[in-house]
Design a protein around this ligand. Structure first.
Ligand code: AMP
Ligand code: MG
Length: 348
């Protein structure tokens, strides 16, 4: 599937994947945006060195200009262009690239800062999704150095993990959209900041803090050690329009009963269906954090579309492997109900 953009003739159905990639590269190099799949979520990409491309990302997403964008590169050599790779970064790159790990590094002087907001750093990631890899390889072969790409959704909202989510969010602004199936991980990349002389975890993701620490052979500082300069670090982010409440497992039955007594239209997302939820919308929650993460945003979007008054989510376990899911659900709860729409004013 592809959706054509504005004046440029959209590629016709039947065109091969390679032709679509070539068209996407032409558009990127001409300063336009394209949407593409990654193993984490779908991205809205622009040439990181193109003023009009980067501006289009901020405009379409309604993202405040100060929030930097992750620059995607095809490999370690691609990262060398943007930043000096020290021993910590080299070790993490060797261990986890291509994959869902973003490194925040001191930016080389002289390289473009267009994608970096107000930061003196650059955020670099090398995605593993085959379509993203093809796109990056062709883009670099055409003279590019990096594709700046945040998630292809409106700022503050739940990230897209399928082409349908991208179209639902971006509507008429949907650019050429490369298809790549449902996202494998379903939550955004782990972000590690190496720009401060000590390694800090800025955002949990499917590569865990323990995995990073094992490679670095030193502890990671928590996000508190670093300034909250990640859009996804805002307390309210990844939000549903419907009120969302995280409820401890032992309180769930009682909370469901309360809401039902008040006649609220609710959905319950929990491992077991509480008796009081009979007749209410119920979603079985995966017991495995990987499966839960993969389904997280699609489930939130589906429940959000049901015209409910409240979504009750059973708190996932406190174990470290649930860190990314807990982080996203906590922010969804904080932002829920601050309705962002294409016509409304941008919130968080
Ligand atoms: P998102 O695009 O929402 O997945 O967020 C990725 C995050 O990576 C952004 O919110 C950025 O704050 C962070 N990031 C990207 N580039 C930089 C940078 N140059 N310095 C610090 N953080 C960055
Ligand atoms: Mg995002």
């Amino acid at each position: 599937m592809n959706v054509g953009e504005g004046s440029a003739a959209p590629p016709q159905p039947g065109e091969s994947g390679d032709e679509l990639i070539a068209e996407a590269v032409r558009r990127l190099r001409a300063g336009a945006v394209v949407a593409f799949p990654t193993e984490t979520v779908y991205g809205l990409g622009a040439d990181a060195e193109s003023e009009s491309g980067v501006a289009a990302i901020y405009r379409i997403k309604r993202r405040p200009r100060g929030h930097p964008l992750i620059v995607h590169v095809p490999d370690r050599a691609g990262a060398d262009y943007w930043a000096e790779i020290g021993p910590r970064a080299a070790a993490l790159i060797a261990a986890f690239w291509p994959g869902p790990l973003t490194l925040v590094l001191a930016r080389r002087s002289g390289v473009s800062s267009l994608a970096c907001g107000t930061e003196i750093t650059v955020g670099l990631r090398c995605p593993s999704h085959p379509v993203a890899r093809k796109l990056l390889a062709a883009f670099v072969a055409a003279g590019g150095h990096g594709i700046a790409a945040p998630s292809a959704n409106l700022f503050g909202r739940v990230s897209p993990t399928s082409v349908e989510h991208v179209v639902d969010d971006l509507g008429a602004d949907t650019p050429l959209l490369l298809e790549g199936g449902d996202s494998e991980h379903g939550v955004e990349s782990t972000i590690v900041d190496l720009s401060r002389g000590f390694p800090a975890l800025l955002r949990p993701g499917s590569i865990s803090a323990a995995q990073i620490e094992a490679v670095l052979e030193e502890p990671l500082e928590g996000p508190g050690a670093a300034a909250p300069r990640v859009a996804g670090a805002l307390a309210a982010h990844y939000a549903t329009a419907t009120a969302l409440e995280l409820v401890a497992p032992q309180r769930l039955a009682q909370r469901v009963a309360q809401c039902r007594q008040r006649g609220e239209r609710i959905a319950v997302w929990s491992r077991l269906r509480p008796e009081a939820a009979a007749g209410a919308s119920w979603e079985p929650a995966p017991a495995d954090p990987v499966a839960y993460a993969r389904r997280l945003y699609a489930t939130l979007r589906r429940l959000d579309a049901q015209a409910l008054e409240r979504i009750l989510v059973e708190e996932p376990p406190a174990e470290p492997e649930w860190a990314a899911v807990r982080d996203r659900l906590g922010r969804a709860q904080a932002g829920a109900g601050t309705h962002l729409s294409r016509s409304g004013s941008a919130g968080t």
